[in-house]
Structures are given as structure tokens and as C-alpha cells.
Design a binder for this molecule. Structure first.
Ligand code: 6GP
Length: 837
């Protein structure tokens, strides 16, 4: 407790509370036993592993809550400006081990669990991943929270508490089959339901004009229906600091009393309405192939934006400041366009509810928001139909039209734009029906827009948002992504981490990854040995996992080169090129004599990733990979030299297993399509080499680690543009031809399964330039083999890579956001130093 003066008279009681939570092994065991009995209502002597996990989690949560309360109080005392990170996805993964490491409580918990007869690793494995996201954007948000807490920035994460996360991927006869991921099945011990924090979120209805007491006319939205938004908080501990932040996720619930007309309705109708209200936060990305699906998506976005803004404003109002000072105390980051309806929502609150003049409200709004773009794929740039938007949010529709009108007027007066440019800049697309371009709204409503890797930001400036860049030079900036070294090195690769700590004489690198660069100039034999050892340990761990998964059918050869591509399955990421390359390798092996074969580099090709449920091409790629795996792994001629595995249900915890075990990772997107990529950073940080194109963050990674240490190939982004513009048809390389013919022939099951994939290649309709890059890819893979044959060369490259990764920590990115976008300062609680293990 920080503020003695604020404590009530009952000093003794408060001191007791603080003293209660000791962190020695015995006290932790006591806390766990209490939770067994009083929270889980279990018999103390029936220590089922799942209950042990829950008791460990609850007792750790207690400790984090105490720090969290202190942190919040401290931020209030300091009157700190806060950053609010709004994201529709937070791909958190598991919490236990990371939280233990951050809080410095790993050792006593390890001991406590041992006393209870269990091993920490076994217990940690029982935790269900919080998969409230589908890919890079969501995992980035999770890494950013870890960095914000660790760096003591005053910040909050805001999102949605989905009942079902990203679907569970099952592989049945080689096909992806989706089942719901009910991640809350065994409860979620980390979250704190806040039944006391409920906001009313209105929808539908009509807009009224009312006269204010001063005679002026005001607009008032009368929602036709209201739902409740309940807060669920998850504490986010920082590493080596007591500062603990909060991720606040909203869950929807019916608010019957708020909808009096509905009280007269048939009770069954009311029940259905209640269920519909609860469904708002049921699933991540509801299917958007129908009007009702689209409306549900927009409803989710508004629901989460509306609740978040009410919460932020409530907190701001505690300081009794005028709204003009709002941007001095509040920075809101829109993580992609999903929370963009917050822009008209803040305007509505300021103009309609707080009676601010439009211009002042607009100045406050645009000084508050920042916007991060995460993709240049046109199909991912969100649009909402005007009639649907107007039906759900009639007042917001008026506000969006007004924003657009004023913006276009300003553009016409200040800049000499052609009608084509004006129509591209417009927030409203004049299609039938009209559409709201959410990215345009986000750009107009924010003071800064950022891309997530240098090449991506340049593409935004020069092509996707070029008109804006000409209009407002300097508004679009770059902040390259990063990943947290806590989860992605310290926790997931303990053997390698110990080696780094030994080399640097301490673990300061965990919060200052730039220290790695000091090691580049004196690489010792001992360290090279340690890195190899760490790789061996991680490979063995993965081998065991795969063996268990396949009931012993697949036993990975840990002496082989582990070549990995794990990420969302998408045409632009070109898993297809990878598997075609594997087929080529297989054909080459088959053509060799047994003696020649035995001289080849032994390889294990690992794939994992989910395809969107309605994405036929991506699903066909999964089928092809699995079928190739079946053929290759059971071919007696080749199985000792080539193994292919597709690991189902890719998740954060699966990545934690795969990343440290990988020798070579593939980041082979068509140049100009991958905004950044973050798994490239994770692999390189774990001393893995990259085969990749000059795309996304690959460009900066190889610049920092030495291009000569990686295997870079393929058309560059300008070359891809040219290939596309000239519609050059690329002759099919003989090796690619042989591979395609083999698929056609049915060597990998019915070729009709793969029409989606191979017809475009035959027809030269190859938007992602697979045929163009394929021969270059094979050459790059030959270079990989050559380096692998000389272990010293390989080892040196891996170490130089790892030591070059200092700037790819999310800490580095967060410092830039704090300085260049949010203007916030760290506020570390002046508590005694805590030592992490
Ligand atoms: C992803 C990008 O595809 C990836 O390149 C990037 O590293 C990541 O965002 C984090 O910036 N984009 C998404 O996940 C997405 O949904 C709309 O974009």
C-alpha cells in the first residue's frame, strides 16, 4: 500500500492485508491450499493436477492484484498521461510461467509444487491458451502489453472477452476441420470479473433534436436497444518491476431494465433477445458472409469502442480537468481499423453529451487517436455498408458524413486535388450501396498513422495511402514491430537464455536486448557449443511432442535440419512454394542411388497454421502438405532423409515449442505483401537462420544481422509490381513442371483437390509470383544445404544472427510509440527492488 494518508483508521487491518501475502515457499503453499479449499471447494488432500494449476494461478493472481492496485494508485498520484491500446485481438497464450518469471516467483512456486508432488512444467502444460486472436496483429498486442508493463508505462489494454477464441483446428484425412475453441471450459483463473463495472451500450433507434436550456439546438440519439458491457480484468505483470497493468476485456450481457418497451413483449421473445445480446461477444470474427454476420461484426466493434471510451472518460473525469486537456492525459491507439468507430463515438460524446463545439471536439479527437495499419491487402481494408451502419448507429452515421464533408471541403480549399483524388480520399465510397472506408476514417481521425516495418510504411506512403501522404507529409510514420524477449527467448528457451546470461555476466539483457550486440565481436567456442546444446535440447523436446501427438508414428530425427514455416495459411505467405519445393526434393532423392542419397542433407520440414474457414485455396494447401507428408514419410527409399509434418492447431504455446527447435525458418511471402511478420524475429532471436524474401521486417532483420548470414531470394517489391503491371508470363521452370505433373498424375491423391492451387500456375495467372520465384527459392535452399554441411559456418551464422536482434524487442518498439505517438513517460513505483530468477 502506498499512501498511508489515504488509509482508513483501521491501520491494523490494512497492514494485515499487506502482510498476508508472503512469497516464501511455505506461504505460497498456504495460499494454494486456501484456494483449494475456499475457491475451488476441493478436498485439500485430493490434489488433482488441474486443480493444482488453478490454485497456483489464483494464488499468483492474488499477488498480482495487490501490485496492480498499487500501480493504479501510483498512476493516479502521479497524474500520469495514459496510453490505451485498443485491439479486437489479444493472442495471449498461456500465462503461468511468464507471470512467475516476471514477478520473480518462479523458484518458490517450483518448490511449492514439488512439495505438492508435481512438476511446474507439467502443471504449466495444463493451462489452456487464451487464443483471443487469429494472427500477427493479436500477438503483437500481447507482446506490447508485456513491454508496456515491463517499461513501467502507464497504459491499459482494451479488447473483447470472446467466449470462443480462434477455432480449434483438427486435421482429418489431411483436411482442416474446425471445431469451436471453448477456452473457458475449465474457467479462467487469471481474470477478475467486475460485476461493478458495467456500461450501457446503445444501438439502433433514432436521432432527436432537442432544445438546450440556453435555447440552442442539440442532437440526441435515442437508442432503440441497449446492452450491458461487463469488464473482466487480467493483470499484466512487468518483468523485474512491481508495475502491473491491466488488460480489460468486455463481455456483453442483457440489460432488461434499460429497454422498458421490450418488457411488454412476449417473454420468449425477450429471452431470444437476451441470448442475442449475450452473443455479441461470443466469437472472434463472426462469419461475415451474410448481412446479419456483417452487422454482428460491426456491433462487436461498436460495443467494445463504446464501453472502452466510457471507461476512459470516467477515469479522465476523476481529475476534474476540462475536456480541452483530454489529449494531454489520454492517448488511444487503434490497432488496425476494428476500433475505428471510436472516432465518431468520441465526437458524439463530446458534441452531443458534453456540448462542446464541433471544432473543439474534433481537435480533441484527432489529438487523441493514433492508428496502426497492419496490412496492405486490399481485401483486408474494412468497409461497412452505409445503410447497415446507419441502421445500427444512426447518429454515428450523421457524424461520419459530417466529418467527411468538412474534411473534403478542407481538402478542396487547401489543396488542389483532382476529382479522382478527392473520390479516393473520401471516407465514403460511392458504390451501390455506399460504403464507409474505415481506414480513411481512421487516418482522418488520428494525428499519426504508422506502418509496422520500414518497407511496409514506405508502401503505405508511396502507394496504399499515397494521396494522404501528399496531403499530410509526416503523418504516416514507421515503427517496426518487435517481440517480447521475455516470452520468446527467456521463457521458451531456458538453455539458450542461460548461455546468454553466462556470457553477459547477468540477465540485464532480458529488459535491454541491445546488450546482445556487445557479444558480436567476441564469439567464444564455449558459446557456440552452448548454442548447439540449446538447439539439441529444444529439438528433443519437440521430438517428444510430435511422437506423442502421432502415437509414435513420427519420430523426428533431431540430427536433421529442422526447416519450419508456421503462420496463418495464406496465398501471399506462399506455403505452396515451400511444399512444392519439398516435392522437388523428394523427386531428387528418389532419383539418386542409395549411396548418393546417404550423402544428402537430412531434413525435417515442419508446417503449422490455420486457414480461414472459408478460404478454399489455403485449405487445399493444408491438404497438400498433409498428403505429401503421408507419401514422403512412408516411402522406404526416402524416409530416413526427408520428413514432413503438419502440426495441427497452431497456437502461441505450440510456437514456444517449435521456435527454439528450428534451424531454418521460412518467411517467403511475395515481396510487398507481408506488412512485417513477427515470427521471423522470434526465430532469429533464438539463433535460427532465415530463408526469405526482401519483404516485411525480413529487410531490417537481415540488415541488422548480416544478409550473408541468411538466404534471401526472389523478386523485390518493385520487381513484383513490374511483373504484375506487365502481366509478364513466366515460363515454368523444368523442376516446377515436374512437380506439377506429379501432382496432376495423382501422386498425392486426387489432383482435383488441388485445382485451386495448380491451375493458376499452368495458366500463368500467378498473382503471388510462385512460378517466378520458385527456381530462386530452390537455389537458396541449395545454399542452405551447403552451409549446413559445414557446422562451424552454420553455428557462426546463427550466433551472429541472434546477437544482431537487439532492436527487435517489443521494448524498442514501445519506446518509440511512447515517444513519437503517445507522448507518455514511464512511471515506476518506488518499491523495493525485486529480483527475478
Ligand atoms: C499482421 C500482418 O500480416 C503481419 O505482417 C504483421 O507482422 C502483424 O500484423 C503485426 O503487425 N496483420 C494482421 O494480423 C491483420 O489481421 C489486418 O491485419
Amino acid at each position: 500500500m502506498l499512501q498511508a494518508a489515504r488509509r482508513p483508521k483501521l491501520e491494523k487491518l490494512w497492514d494485515l492485508v499487506d502482510e498476508y501475502l508472503h512469497n516464501d515457499t511455505e506461504s505460497i503453499m498456504r495460499s494454494m491450499a486456501d484456494h483449494f479449499e475456499y475457491t475451488l471447494a476441493r478436498n485439500k488432500w485430493n490434489l488433482a493436477p488441474q486443480s493444482l494449476f488453478q490454485a497456483a494461478a489464483y494464488s499468483l493472481r492474488d499477488r498480482m492484484i495487490e501490485w496492480w492496485n498499487d500501480t493504479q494508485e501510483y498512476f493516479y498520484d502521479q497524474d500520469s498521461k495514459r496510453a490505451y491500446y485498443m485491439s479486437i485481438e489479444f493472442l495471449m497464450g498461456r500465462t503461468l510461467t511468464n507471470a512467475l518469471i516476471s514477478t520473480g516467483l518462479l523458484s518458490p512456486y517450483y518448490e511449492a509444487l514439488k512439495e505438492f508432488g508435481e512438476n511446474l512444467e507439467t502443471i504449466a502444460d495444463l493451462e489452456h491458451d487464451a487464443g483471443l486472436g487469429s494472427g500477427g496483429l493479436g500477438r503483437l498486442a500481447a507482446c506490447f502489453l508485456d513491454s508496456l508493463a515491463t517499461l513501467n508505462y502507464p497504459a491499459w489494454g482494451y479488447g473483447i472477452r470472446y467466449k470462443y477464441g480462434q477455432f480449434k483446428q483438427n486435421i482429418v484425412r489431411g483436411y482442416q476441420v474446425e471445431t469451436p475453441d471453448f477456452w473457458l471450459e475449465s474457467g479462467n483463473p487469471w481474470e477478475i470479473p467486475r460485476q461493478d463495472i458495467v456500461y450501457k451500450v446503445g444501438m439502433y433507434g433514432s436521432v432527436q433534436y432537442v432544445t438546450r436550456s440556453d435555447g440552442s439546438l442539440a442532437v440526441k440519439w435515442e437508442p432503440g436497444h441497449c446492452v450491458g458491457a461487463v469488464a473482466y480484468d487480467t493483470p499484466i505483470p512487468g518483468f523485474n518491476t512491481k508495475n502491473t497493468l491491466s488488460l480489460r476485456l468486455w463481455s456483453s450481457k442483457p440489460l432488461v431494465d434499460m429497454n422498458p418497451e421490450e418488457l411488454k413483449a412476449d417473454p420468449w421473445d425477450m429471452l431470444r433477445q437476451n441470448q442475442a445480446d449475450e452473443e455479441i461477444t461470443s466469437v472472434l470474427y463472426p462469419k461475415a458472409d451474410s448481412d446479419s454476420g456483417k452487422e454482428l461484426r460491426l456491433k462487436q466493434q461498436y460495443f467494445f469502442s463504446c464501453a472502452t471510451l466510457q471507461d476512459i472518460i470516467r477515469r479522465f473525469k476523476k481529475s476534474n480537468r476540462p475536456f480541452a486537456e483530454f489529449p494531454d492525459k489520454v492517448a488511444i491507439q487503434l490497432n488496425d481499423t476494428h476500433p475505428t468507430v471510436s472516432v465518431p463515438e468520441l465526437m458524439r460524446i463530446l458534441v452531443d453529451e458534453e456540448s462542446l463545439p464541433w471544432d473543439q471536439a474534433w481537435a480533441i479527437t484527432t489529438k487523441t487517436f493514433g492508428f496502426t495499419n497492419h496490412t496492405v491487402l486490399p481485401e483486408a481494408l474494412e468497409k461497412w455498408s452505409v445503410p447497415m451502419f446507419a441502421h445500427l448507429l444512426p447518429r454515428h452515421m450523421q457524424i461520419v458524413f459530417e466529418i467527411n464533408h468538412r474534411f473534403l471541403e478542407e481538402v478542396k480549399v487547401k489543396f488542389d486535388c483532382s476529382p479522382e483524388v478527392i473520390s479516393r480520399l473520401s471516407i465514403i465510397e460511392e458504390s451501390n450501396p455506399q460504403q464507409i472506408r474505415m481506414a480513411n476514417l481512421a487516418i482522418v481521425g488520428s494525428h499519426t498513422v504508422n506502418g509496422v516495418a520500414r518497407i511496409h510504411s514506405e508502401i503505405l506512403q508511396q502507394s496504399v495511402f499515397a494521396d494522404w501522404h501528399r496531403l499530410w507529409p509526416g503523418k504516416i510514420i514507421n515503427i517496426t514491430n518487435g517481440v517480447t524477449p521475455r516470452r520468446w527467448l527467456y521463457c521458451c528457451n531456458p538453455t539458450l537464455s542461460s548461455a546468454v546470461t553466462k556470457q553477459l555476466g547477468g540477465n540485464a539483457w532480458v529488459t535491454d536486448l541491445s546488450l546482445l550486440k556487445d557479444l558480436r565481436s567476441h564469439i567464444t567456442q564455449e558459446f557456440l557449443r552452448d548454442v548447439r546444446e540449446a538447439n539439441k535440447v529444444a529439438k528433443e523436446r519437440l521430438r517428444k511432442y510430435v511422437s506423442k501427438l502421432t502415437n509414435g508414428a513420427v519420430d523426428l530425427d533431431t540430427s536433421s535440419l529442422f526447416d519450419t514455416q508456421v503462420k496463418r495459411i495464406h496465398e501471399y505467405k506462399r506455403q505452396l512454394m515451400n511444399i512444392l519445393g519439398v516435392i522437388h526434393r523428394y523427386q531428387c532423392l528418389k532419383a539418386l542411388t542409395p549411396t548418393e542419397r546417404s550423402q544428402q542433407v537430412k531434413r525435417t520440414h515442419i508446417f503449422a497454421g490455420k486457414a480461414a474457414a472459408s478460404y478454399q485455396q489455403a485449405k487445399a494447401v493444408i491438404k497438400l502438405i498433409n498428403t505429401v507428408a503421408d507419401v514422403v514419410n512412408s516411402d522406404p527409399q526416402t524416409k530416413d532423409f526427408l520428413t514432413v509434418v503438419f502440426l495441427p492447431n497452431y497456437s502461441v504455446s505450440l510456437a514456444e515449442l517449435i521456435v527454439p527447435a528450428t534451424d531454418l525458418s521460412e518467411h517467403i511471402s511475395t515481396a510487398g505483401t507481408e506488412a512485417s511478420g513477427t515470427s521471423n524475429m522470434k526465430f532469429a532471436m533464438n539463433a535460427g537462420l532465415i530463408i526469405g524474401t526482401l519483404d516485411g521486417a525480413n529487410v531490417e532483420i537481415v540488415e541488422a544481422c548480416g544478409q550473408e548470414n541468411h538466404f534471401i531470394f526472389g523478386a523485390t517489391a518493385p520487381e513484383v509490381d513490374k511483373l504484375r503491371a506487365e502481366r509478364q508470363s513466366v515460363a515454368i521452370d523444368q523442376r516446377l513442371y515436374n512437380v506439377l505433373i506429379s501432382i496432376e498424375r495423382g501422386d498425392f491423391g486426387a489432383s482435383s483437390n488441388y485445382r485451386w492451387l495448380i491451375d493458376p500456375l499452368w495458366q500463368g495467372n500467378d498473382y503471388y509470383c510462385v512460378a517466378h520465384d520458385f527456381p530462386l527459392y530452390l537455389e537458396a535452399q541449395q545454399c542452405v544445404d551447403a552451409d549446413w554441411r559445414t557446422p562451424d559456418v552454420w553455428a557462426h551464422k546463427t550466433v551472429l544472427t541472434m546477437f544482431g536482434m537487439g532492436t527487435f524487442s517489443s521494448d524498442h518498439s514501445i519506446h518509440q510509440y511512447a515517444r513519437n505517438i503517445w507522448n507518455i513517460k514511464p512511471a515506476r513505483m518506488p518499491t523495493e527492488h525485486i529480483t527475478t530468477v
